[in-house]
Design a protein. Structure first.
Length: 535
């Protein structure tokens, strides 16, 4: 992904250091163009916003001293640590923030910023008194064990925290099971294994019972590793912890193989998944090339967001068609998928189709008249688009006896999800874990940690949970895919009109920089292929 970095050090007048930072309404100069509704106002009131000059806005995260003002702070033990004490400027400047948008115009407002992650000079916990807990929730993702390992080792090695509990089997584990003791020794090798040593689950999230368990077990820091659903759960846990006035930092570490978490650059495990997907695509290509009119169909994960399919397609160059949930497609008729498959087979003698699991769900449901079902977390259970598509293609060519095809369908989804993280994801997981524990030790709470434009930041939960990250089909990246596969774009005028619109942020003074290139249907040629000029 293309990223660059802007870390803005504020002028001293702009904000005050963390514990003193006041919850404030934005000044009138930042007044929204549209008057916010009462519901929106209530939501805004919960936000911790601070304004600066030039339209600068800090969307800050809560701090334990917001509701426990008498809390004592201590010198950070890292200043005497043999490894870290020699690092120049090891501690983050309390005024450092990270810009949400880095593509700006000369007249743009400075816009939304998040607090920069990293170690602070003062901490709000004494090492000996901390009991930390770690839980993993939702679907598996490469790197979960690395994050667990680095949290345990980081807390131990950097801050001398020796009491770390592993909560087993997701949120339910808080109240349904025993905990496991996690030590640097017990987690030493776990990053080499896929899955999560703690186990995971969907559903069964009971905030009151979880916070009872936090209180009963005397947990001071809870690290919650999971996707969008998990982060919503973490937000309500934080609210309840705060309501009860507990000195407990609630920290979210974003996990999703689908890369569907908003604001953040990318989620851990995503690179590993894209890399692992290459093996399936290669196999599909080999099979397709070796047969008469061979077709390889590969299904990849991506419930609502087609990032794995998109990046795996771009990385491979063997893919002739990539189908994702964000880009509707159709089978029959002019410009349809079946016409394209036939043409590509006539031209090349073989082809590979990559389909994200969430693609074409409406089409399947319509053709099979099935009612929606949901998993324990409330996520829609997907129908097997790969199987359905393979069937449709076979049926189409059955009607053409002079056009024999050989189709092989490969579903590597769970195999991809179960592998250990690759080298770059391992490093990424280490940095995430470190940023998370530095934040908790410094007394921050109610935040998710992740890189934003290349710099780790503490992001309020609502920012992560309010919308999902999706492939913007009017953006350059999707255009690159269409150019590389030369597949039909399937877009109607309405699709283009409705896609790629940035959501309004009425509380901000921003005219946020648009970096999406809006394509019109006229950029598709008569065959529905994308013409040049969009990359
Ligand atoms: N809106 C929500 N509020 C509270 N907890 C939630 C919410 N949505 C999901 N959860 C809980 O978070 C956990 C994981 O959610 P799920 O959607 O399965 O995976 P992910 O977090 O990876 O998206 C489950 O235990 C689920 O009950
Ligand atoms: O079979 P399961 O465990 O419900 O998982 C399937 C889903 O999990 C995912 O891998 C990730 O989903 P979450 O990040 O929401 O857990 C999706 O791509 C997939 O649709
Ligand atoms: Mg999810």
């Amino acid at each position: 992904m293309e990223t660059a970095t802007v870390v803005v050090a504020l002028a001293p007048v702009a904000i005050t250091p963390p514990p003193q930072l006041k919850l404030m309404e934005l000044k009138s100069s930042f007044a929204p163009a549209v008057k916010p509704s009462p519901a929106r106002k209530a939501k805004l009131a919960k936000k911790k916003l601070a304004g600066g000059s030039g339209g600068y806005v800090l969307e800050d995260v809560p701090h334990l001293t917001d509701y426990l003002p008498e809390l004592k702070s201590y010198a950070n033990p890292l200043q005497d640590h043999p490894a870290y004490s020699v690092v120049k400027q090891y501690f983050v400047n309390p005024d450092d923030t990270v810009a949400k948008k880095i593509v700006v115009h000369k007249s743009s407002a400075r816009g939304t910023h998040f607090r920069r992650a990293g170690p602070r000079q003062r901490v709000y916990f004494q090492p000996g008194e901390v009991t930390a807990a770690i839980v993993t929730c939702g679907g598996l993702c490469p790197g979960l064990n690395t994050v667990i390992r680095e949290l345990v080792c980081g807390l131990h090695d950097m801050y001398g925290v020796t009491s770390v509990l592993g909560i087993e089997g997701g949120y339910k584990g808080f109240y349904a099971r025993n905990t496991v003791e996690l030590t640097p020794r017990s987690v030493n090798d776990i990053h080499k294994r896929g899955g999560t040593v703690l186990g995971t689950s969907r559903g069964g999230q009971d905030t009151a019972k979880i916070v009872d368990s936090i209180q009963d077990r005397g947990i001071d820091q809870v690290y919650i590793i999971g996707g969008d659903g998990t982060q919503k759960g973490a937000a309500s846990i934080h609210e309840e912890v705060q309501r009860r006035g507990l000195k407990c930092a609630v920290v979210g570490v974003p996990k999703t193989i689908d890369n569907d978490i908003a604001v953040i650059d990318k989620s851990f495990g995503f690179d590993t998944a894209v890399e692992e997907a290459q093996r399936a695509i290669n196999a599909a290509h080999v099979e397709a090339e070796s047969a008469e009119n061979g077709i390889g169909v590969v299904k990849l994960m991506g419930r609502n967001s087609g990032f794995i399919a998109m990046y795996a397609t771009l990385a491979s160059r063997d893919v002739d068609c990539c189908l994702i949930p964000e880009s509707p497609f159709y089978l029959e008729g002019k410009g349809g998928l079946l016409e394209f498959v036939e043409r590509r087979l006539r031209d090349n003698g073989h082809m590979v189709i990559v389909v994200a699991e969430g693609a074409g769900q409406d089409l399947i449901a319509r053709s099979m008249h099935l009612a929606d079902t949901h998993d324990a977390s409330g996520n829609k259970v997907l129908l097997d688009v790969g199987l359905w598509l393979s069937q449709k293609i076979k049926e189409h060519f059955k009607r053409k006896p002079n056009f024999p095809i050989t189709l092989k369908y490969i579903d590597p989804t769970y195999m991809i999800r179960a592998v250990p993280s690759n080298a770059s994801d391992n490093v990424y997981c280490t940095l995430l874990a470190h940023s998370a524990l530095h934040g908790a030790m410094a007394g921050y709470t109610g935040f998710t940690v992740a890189p934003v434009n290349g710099r780790h930041a503490y992001i309020p939960f609502y920012r992560i949970t309010e919308k999902q990250n999706k492939v913007v089909i009017t953006d350059r990246m999707w255009a690159r895919v269409l150019c590389s596969t030369n597949q039909p774009c399937f877009l109607t005028h309405e699709d283009v009109e409705g896609a790629g619109q940035e959501e309004e942020e009425p509380h901000l003074p921003l005219v946020e920089g648009e970096n999406a290139l809006v394509r019109s249907p006229s950029m598709c040629n008569g065959n529905g292929h994308l013409c040049s000029g969009a990359a």
